[in-house]
Ligand binder design. Structure first.
Ligand code: NDP
Length: 485
C-alpha cells in the first residue's frame, strides 16, 4: 500500500490539469485527486477561448446583411441583443463545465471544490482544512489578467469581466496591443460598440510578422476601430468626479479629498461609471468603459511554492525543466503558470507529456517548436514558424507573398484584402514560416502547420495541386519570390 493518500494531486481544473488528471487515472490506474477553487474548465472554457470565440461569431453577423446585399439579398440590419446572447452563452458554459466535471468523475478522479496550498513536498492543504498527501503534485493553476500600475486602474475592467457585463457600453477604450486587446477591439466593434484602442508601441501584435500585423491593423481601422499607436493612458479618473477646472479630485484635491475619492472609487469599482482619460499623446476623452488587456501573470502567489523550495521567475512563473519538473522533484507544473507558451493546446500537450514521463515510464520532453496559432481578429491571422524579421536574423531567406481582394467580399464591393506569405530558407528550401491574414485563417494555418512541422520545402508546396477557386490556393501558386533577404 502506498504511503500517500494519492499517486497524483493536481491543483487547477483547467484544460491542462484536467487532461493530466484524467489520463493518469484513466490510462494508468493511478489514484488521482484534483482541487479547483473556481469553475472547472479554467480560463479557456470559462473566461477565455470558448466564450471569446462565441463572441467572435456573434460579432461577425453584423457585417453579413451589407455583404449579402451585394449578392442580391435584402436582409435588413437587425439588432443585437446582448442579454439574449449572454443568457445562451452562460448556459453553454454551464454545460461545458459539467462536461469537465463528468470527464473527471468518469475517470475516477476525486475532486475538491477548494483552494489548495502546497505545505510540503508531498502535501497539500485545502481551504476546507483537509490535508492530503500525494507521491506527485502537479500545479496547473494558469494565469490571470493584470492591470498596469496606474492610479485609478481599478476603474478599468479586464478580460474576465467582459463576459459578465449587464449591458454593452456605448464606447470603450481598450489598452494593449496583444492577442486579447486586438481580438476584443474587433469583437466589440462588430457588436456596435464605439472602440478606441491605445497601444504603447509602434505596431500592434508585437512579435508577429510585420507585414501580417500591418494588414490586420489596417483592416481594423478600415472596420471603424480608432487605433492609436505610440499611445498609453497618462491619467484616468471617474468622469463625474472631475471638477469644472478640469482637475480630478484624485490627482488635484487635498489629502482628505483624495482619501474620500479613493474610498468612493472602491465602491464604484464594482459599477464602473464612465471614465475620463488623458493620453500620453495629450488628448482627453471620456469612455463608458476602459478595458485593460495589458497581459497576464502566472497564478502562483500564496500557494506556498517557495516555502517548499519551488523556484519562481520574475513574473511569478514556476521554473521547470523540459519535463515540467520543478526544483522539488515530486512537484511538476504545466500550462500558463509556467509562462512558456501560453496556449490551451500547449498546456494539454504539457499535461500529456507529464503523464507519459511520470506514470508511463517514458520520459517525454514537450516540443515547443513550430506551434501554430491564430488571432481571432477581423480579419483573422494564422501563423506558424518564423516571421520574416526573425528568419532574416538567422539565415538568407526568400519571401513569397501575395495580398489580394478575395472573391467573396470583392464581389460585394468590400475593400477587404487578404495576405498569404511563406518564408523559405535559401539554403535548404525548407518553409520556415507561414503567415495568413484572411477569414478563417485559423482553419487554414492548422493544415499548413502539418506540412511545415514535417519539414516541407517550397518545392513540396509547389507540387501540390491548387484547390480552385479558393483563397488558400495562393499558398501553392506563388512562383517567384517577392524579395530575398
Ligand atoms: P500579451 O502579452 O499578448 O499582450 C499584452 C499587451 O499589453 C502588449 O501589447 C503589451 O505591450 C501591453 N502592455 C503590457 N503592459 C502594459 C502597460 N503597463 N501599459 C500599456 N500596455 C501594456 O497579453 P494578452 O493579455 O493579450 O494575452 C495573454 C496571452 O494569452 C497571450 O500571450 C497568448 O498566449 C494568450 N492568448 C491567446 C489567444 C489566441 O490564441 N487566439 C487569445 C488570447 C490570449 P508591449 O507589446 O509593448 O509589451
Amino acid at each position: 500500500m502506498s504511503a500517500f493518500d494519492y499517486d497524483l494531486f493536481v491543483i487547477g481544473g483547467g484544460s491542462g490539469g484536467v487532461r493530466a488528471a484524467r489520463v493518469a487515472a484513466g490510462e494508468t490506474g493511478a489514484k488521482v485527486a484534483l482541487a479547483e477553487a473556481d469553475r472547472y474548465g479554467g480560463t479557456c472554457v470559462i473566461r477565455g477561448c470558448v466564450p471569446k470565440k462565441l463572441m467572435v461569431f456573434a460579432s461577425e453577423y453584423a457585417g453579413i446583411p451589407a455583404e449579402a446585399a451585394g449578392y442580391g439579398w435584402d436582409m435588413g440590419q437587425g439588432q443585437f441583443d446582448w442579454t439574449a446572447f449572454r443568457t445562451r452563452l452562460n448556459a453553454e458554459l454551464d454545460r461545458l463545465e459539467n462536461v469537465y466535471r463528468n470527464l473527471l468523475s468518469g475517470s475516477k478522479v476525486e475532486t475538491f471544490d477548494a483552494r489548495a496550498k502546497i505545505t510540503g513536498a508531498h502535501e497539500v492543504t485545502l481551504s476546507t482544512g483537509e490535508v492530503k498527501t500525494a507521491k506527485h503534485i502537479l500545479v496547473a493553476t494558469g494565469g490571470r489578467p493584470v492591470r498596469p500600475d496606474l492610479p485609478n486602474a481599478h476603474l478599468g475592467i479586464v478580460s474576465d469581466d467582459i463576459f459578465h457585463l449587464e449591458k454593452l457600453p456605448k464606447s470603450i477604450l481598450i489598452v494593449g496591443g496583444g492577442y486579447i486587446a486586438c481580438e476584443f477591439a474587433c469583437i466589440l466593434n462588430g457588436l456596435g460598440v464605439e472602440v478606441t484602442q491605445y497601444y504603447r508601441g509602434a505596431q500592434v501584435l508585437r512579435g508577429f510578422d510585420d507585414e501580417a500585423r500591418g494588414l490586420v491593423a489596417e483592416q481594423m481601422r478600415e472596420n471603424g476601430i480608432s487605433l492609436h499607436l505610440g499611445t498609453n493612458i497618462l491619467e484616468m479618473a471617474p468622469a463625474d468626479k472631475r471638477d469644472a477646472s478640469g482637475e480630478t479630485g484624485a490627482m488635484g484635491g487635498s489629502a482628505q479629498e483624495r482619501v474620500e475619492l479613493s474610498q468612493m472609487n472602491e465602491v464604484e469599482g464594482a459599477e464602473r461609471g464612465p471614465v475620463w482619460v488623458k493620453s500620453t499623446a495629450g488628448s482627453e476623452g471620456t469612455f463608458d468603459m476602459v478595458f485593460f488587456a495589458t497581459g497576464r501573470d502566472p497564478n502562483s502567489n500564496d500557494m506556498g511554492l517557495e516555502d517548499v523550495g519551488v523556484r519562481l521567475g520574475r513574473r511569478g512563473e514556476i521554473e521547470v525543466d523540459e519535463y515540467s519538473q520543478t526544483a522539488v522533484p515530486s512537484i511538476y507544473a504545466i500550462g500558463d503558470v509556467t509562462n512558456r507558451v501560453n496556449l490551451t493546446p500547449v498546456a494539454i500537450r504539457e499535461g500529456m507529456a507529464f503523464v507519459e514521463t511520470v506514470f508511463k515510464g517514458n520520459p517525454t520532453a514537450v516540443d515547443h517548436d513550430l506551434i501554430p496559432s491564430a488571432i481571432f481578429t477581423q480579419p483573422e491571422m494564422g501563423t506558424v514558424g518564423l516571421s520574416e524579421e526573425e528568419a532574416r536574423e538567422k539565415e538568407p531567406v526568400e519571401i513569397f507573398c501575395t495580398s489580394f481582394r478575395p472573391m467573396q467580399t470583392a464581389f460585394a464591393g468590400k475593400p477587404d484584402r487578404v495576405l498569404m506569405k511563406l518564408i523559405v530558407s535559401k539554403a535548404t528550401r525548407t518553409v520556415l514560416g507561414c503567415h495568413i491574414v484572411a477569414p478563417n485563417a485559423g482553419e487554414m494555418i492548422q493544415l499548413a502547420a502539418i506540412a511545415i512541422k514535417m519539414g516541407a520545402t517550397k518545392e513540396d508546396f509547389d507540387r501540390t495541386v491548387a484547390v480552385h477557386p479558393t483563397m488558400s490556393e495562393e499558398i501553392v501558386t506563388m512562383r517567384s519570390p517577392m524579395r530575398t533577404a
